[in-house]
Design a protein around this ligand. Structure first.
Ligand code: MIG
Length: 792
């Protein structure tokens, strides 16, 4: 970031804080100098293969200077571990034990070949490793790794036809080929521009997509690291063993199996899939009531209002300002009557102040991060100088979890974890704690170099536990700024302080898609941008796109104008109402996608190339689930969108007009004046649409014979852990006859009685439901809840 922006950013913090941030920077630099590791810099090769032995599910290889363990953790999925170096804790891969896998081993002259489920791993006696499919396609060749001073460097050849995705949240092109990144979660201090790196969320995960064959690679190492996709593939870790998992197969498949490894996302409460209104800050109870009322009286659906740092007492975490919010519980209860939940922000920094019980307890029980000399690793944030909980210590997580009771008792339904990189106000240098800060790492010890990247993840573990403890009948909900793979088991994410400009709205889409492939499936950005003033057009376009993101929220900084849907003009208000209502009409669809993600590891949002691999360059359209394609307008002054269609037939969501069908690569210019979000449903799909007192099943008639994608509907009480019902709808077409079948599992009894079937793409006056003729009324068909077969 340039100096001017930085100064602007710092001035809004106030001069005292600015001075403090300067002082902190000097202090941090001094600490880093003092505790710097001055051991001589060693770099060496692994050397020659000395011996090898069979171990469960694979083999161990002793090289002159290092050891390699190559095993298959599940059939077809190898894990390679090079030591020496600290092994990763179970933060990301929650399992240490895997069922034995049968692996066939062949010894060749200069190598060993391990094979399972069609994937071969060839370990050469030089330390080089090759991954090959059963068709003989070489997916990747790793050089023998190099050991650096304390960590490892993995390098591999890059092939001409590869595109790369993932790596967490990056201000880079969608395909990260040609880029270089640092993995070190960081607040960019103000906003981020193209190329700014690193940002809030990192992930040592990437997908290689190529016509030859694709794979996903995940390095289970949380140390500060550097990745390059320039001429060769490089991953340099500043510590730890190098351990990585390799998933060969289609992008869809390898991502799903990657989620099997890092854990499927937690099932969210249904309200979280709706719309969230936020601002830094709604200053007091009256303002919050006015916002809720504003939505209600303008017929705008709303799920939650978020309270930013002003609700706290002097920015102290787990307190409420008694003047601004004298009776939070009463407020929360009143809002809940209209279905609106309160979410509060939480910052991890605990104000250093003897009278503050949380600080005292943290010190007494030794729960804060410290420097090697035993003093607190403190830094400046909103409340002033703060201590930081050591979330890598089980006792700290338990203690922190207990604190959520205070806000849960006051009716708070969800928690927004900010500043958890952790961020510190530093005028220059890294705006986080010194590298030498010590972390417990579950008692085995470690430094910030290892603990930093998982700080937000571990805070989410505590926040999740706290909610389970104090509202066991409802599901936890957390929104975290920082993260690492594994976060989804506990939390959602938003993309931080994004700027109010056209690059940012388009970049948000690229980021949300890359996060999905990195292991963070629930994300979205501040609609309109965080710190600027979007004009009406930018706001509306951003709103349209976000209405089809997993996370849908308006948020902006305290120095911006108010940004509720009615703050622009009547037209903007009417447009936002249309998109809000569509979102809520698709709530069952979103909720069903959420349930599928939890059950199977499938992501909610998908890049276009998962639908059609020829669309690997398309970064301005996306799939919401496997039935709906969204093509948002992301260009200023544009009233149309050139939409590219994947193979097959697609129906315009609003008009039912047919597109595509010319195989992949077809495109059409779609009129999209302000207020129109081009959206298309895939032929052969069934999308559940919520209409008054019923669920509509919208069938998009398949254009060709065969088995089609069909659809699903998941229902339960909307929260908690009670009964559920999953209905799966199969769609087939044979000689022009379309058949829908229904299969149900689960016990939940929905309140809606039966379905309303709407057929898009065919004119039919009468259909057969379980052998009975049913006539259309007003173009739709009333279908009994328990149907098994419909013939059209
Ligand atoms: O230093 O809590 O990204 O969403 O409104 C800024 C105030 C702290 C940064 C978050 C933003 C939030 C703001 N926070």
């Amino acid at each position: 970031m340039d100096l001017i922006t930085k100064i602007k950013g710092l001035t809004y913090l106030g001069w005292a804080t600015c001075a403090g941030s300067l002082a902190y920077s000097f202090k941090r630099a001094a600490i880093d100098r003092k505790f710097k590791d001055r051991s001589p810099r060693k770099t060496f090769r692994v050397g020659k293969l000395v011996s090898s032995e069979s171990i469960e599910s694979g083999m161990a290889f002793q090289f002159e200077n290092a050891r390699l363990e190559a095993i298959f953790v599940i059939p077809g999925v190898p894990r390679l571990t090079w030591t020496p170096g600290e092994l990763p804790l179970t933060y990301v891969v929650a399992r240490t034990e895997f069922n034995p896998v049968t692996v066939s081993v062949r010894q060749e002259k200069e190598s060993y070949i391990l094979e399972s489920n069609g994937l071969s791993v060839t370990v050469h006696n030089t330390g080089k490793v090759t991954f090959t499919t059963s068709a003989g396609v070489v997916l990747r060749t790793d050089d023998a790794p190099a050991m650096t001073k304390s960590g490892w460097k993995n390098t591999a050849a890059m092939q001409d036809d590869e595109a790369f995705f993932g790596m967490g949240m990056k201000a880079s092109p969608f395909n990260v080929r040609g880029q270089k990144f640092k993995l070190w979660n960081m607040e960019p201090q103000g906003a981020y521009a193209p190329g700014d790196d690193p940002l809030y969320v990192s992930a040592p995960t990437y997908l290689s997509v190529a016509p030859r064959g694709s794979y996903l690679i995940f390095f289970d190492n949380t140390f500060k690291s550097w990745f390059s996709f320039k001429d060769r593939l490089e991953a340099l870790f500043e510590g730890g063993a190098i351990r990585y998992y390799f998933f060969a197969g289609s992008p869809e498949d390898s991502i799903r199996r990657y989620y099997d490894l890092i854990g499927h996302p937690a099932m969210p409460p249904k309200w979280a899939m709706g719309f969230h209104q936020c601002r830094w800050s709604y200053m007091n109870e009256a303002e919050v009531r006015e916002v809720a009322e504003g939505f209600k009286k303008r017929d705008l659906p709303l799920s939650s209002i978020h309270l930013d740092i002003h609700y706290m007492n002097g920015h102290r975490v787990f307190t409420v300002d008694p003047a601004r919010f004298p009776d939070m519980k009463h407020l929360a209860d009143d809002l809940l009557e209209d279905g609106v939940r309160l979410v509060t922000i939480l910052d991890p920094g605990v104000k250093i102040e003897d009278e503050y019980p949380l600080y005292r307890e943290g010190c007494e029980q030794d729960l804060f991060l410290k420097l090697p000399d035993g003093s607190l690793s403190e830094s400046l944030v909103w409340p002033g100088m703060c201590g930081f909980p050591d979330f890598s210590k089980p006792e700290t997580r338990q203690w922190w979890a207990k604190q959520y009771k205070f806000l849960i008792d006051r009716g708070i339904s969800g928690f927004w974890h900010d500043m958890n990189e952790p961020a510190a106000f530093a005028a220059w240098g890294d705006c986080t704690l010194p590298d030498s800060t010590l972390h417990s790492m579950e008692g085995r010890g470690g430094t910030h170099l290892e603990g930093h990247n998982v700080y937000g993840l571990l805070e989410a573990v505590a926040g999740f536990e706290g909610q389970k403890m104090f509202k066991p009948e409802r599901r936890p909900w957390i929104l975290s700024r920082s993260g690492w793979p594994g976060l989804a088991r506990y939390s959602w994410h938003w993309t931080g302080d994004v700027e109010s400009n056209w690059w940012s709205v388009a970049q948000t889409l690229r980021i949300v898609m890359n996060l999905t492939m990195s292991g963070i499936p629930y994300s979205g950005g501040d609609i309109g941008g965080f710190g600027g003033e979007p004009d009406k057009e930018l706001f509306v376009r951003w709103f349209e796109m976000s209405s089809m993101f997993p996370f849908f929220r308006v948020h902006s900084a305290f120095f911006t104008k108010r940004r509720e849907p009615w703050c622009f003009d009547e037209e903007t208000l009417d447009i936002t109402r249309v998109h809000l209502k569509r979102r809520y009409s698709l709530l069952s669809y979103w909720y069903t996608l959420a349930a599928a993600a939890t059950r199977t590891g499938r992501t909610l949002m998908r890049p276009m190339f998962m639908e059609d691999q020829n669309m690997v360059d398309v970064d301005d359209q996306f799939m919401a689930g496997n039935a709906i394609m969204v093509a948002p307008v992301l260009k200023k002054g544009s009233a149309e969108k050139i939409v590219k269609f994947p193979a097959g037939t697609w129906y315009d969501w609003e008009s039912g007009e047919k597109f595509g069908n010319a195989g992949s690569g077809s495109s059409a210019t779609i009129a999209a004046p302000l207020g129109v979000l081009p959206m298309f449903a895939k032929a052969g799909s069934i999308v559940p649409v919520d209409i008054a007192n019923a669920v509509q099943l919208r069938l998009f008639v398949p254009a060709v014979d065969g088995i089609h994608v069909g659809g699903e509907l998941y229902r339960d009480a909307g929260d908690g852990y009670g009964a559920w019902l999953l209905e799966q709808f199969g769609v087939t077409r044979e000689g022009g006859t379309v058949k829908i079948t229904r299969k149900a599992t689960g016990e939940f009894k929905p309140t809606q009685d039966g379905f309303v079937l709407q057929i898009v793409g065919a004119q039919t006056a009468s259909i057969e439901v379980d052998g009975q003729q049913v006539q259309a009324t007003d173009g739709t068909f009333a279908i009994p809840a328990g149907f098994t077969t419909i013939i059209i």
